[in-house]
Design a protein around this ligand. Sequence first.
Ligand code: UD2
Length: 284
Amino acid sequence: MASVLVTGGAGFIGTHLCNHLHNKGYHVISLDIQQSDDNPWEVVVADVRDYLQIDGIDSIVHLAAQVSVAQSMEDPDYTLSVNVDGTSSVLAAAESSGVKRVLFASSAAVYGDADEMPITEKSPLIPQSPYAVSKIVGEELCRQSPIETCALRFFNVYGPGQSSSGGYSAVIPAFKKAIAAGMPPTVFGDGTQIRDFIHVSDLVRTIEIALSSKVIPEEVNLASGESTSLIDLLKALEKHHPDMANPLFEDERAGDIHTSIADVTLMNEVFSPGEMITLEEGIN
Ligand code: UD2
């Protein structure tokens, strides 16, 4: 079975991906700056920006990154360093060791606030944050590599194991944590902002298909294609937590996108991931 290196393998998506690929019989190597829990796959603790020596790897899924849009507004240098230099270093290692395919975790953030919804891969790129810039540069580095690469433009990924700690938590774990503590969930802005949420198990299943797919586009949206406003999200959570506190509205976050909905035609054509978990099923 093929060997796959997963950078960021100890993170939220990385742990799900390593587990999925391991269960499917892949030889999995996780590379992460953080030590992970005891897992049945191989683990390398390293910074992606370091000189990486890799041997006998067929494919790489490059997930390691600074993932918070808000953090990138506060510390652009760190985001650019990890996300750009890290991608450059991973590609250099891949090129010198005969890796056949690199799948790069890009993001819906590259589109910014697009004029037309849903967003296709041909939509213009309008970065609104250093995070978005870092992903655009990462994609470009991939395009310039002689290796076969694909930029997987993740929309909003959620699911079990997603961190709810710190000030940069993604919206679903942040809301759930507040509700569990009997506190009001904090909404940045008026809650009308729209996201396209994809469950992590659907995402990792699709990534596995992309590893072996004969046809591989240069870039592709990975999303559910369903739009949900933060107000809708709160209503869905309220069904299961009827006593939850009313949300607290705070100022909109700098760099925030208002509306993000994917056109998933290309994803369905090339990868056929099948039916996806609905948000109502996935959040509880
Ligand atoms: C997510 C990803 C990012 C990128 C992008 C693609 C995370 C942490 N970031 O950024 O890597 O792939 O999607 O679209 O998953 N919000 C609140 N209250 C909170 C937390 C967030 O109102 O407690 C708002 C936030 O201002 C934004 C929306 O919820 O309008 C989603 O925020 P997010 O941090 O979950 O994700 P996003 O879209 O900034």
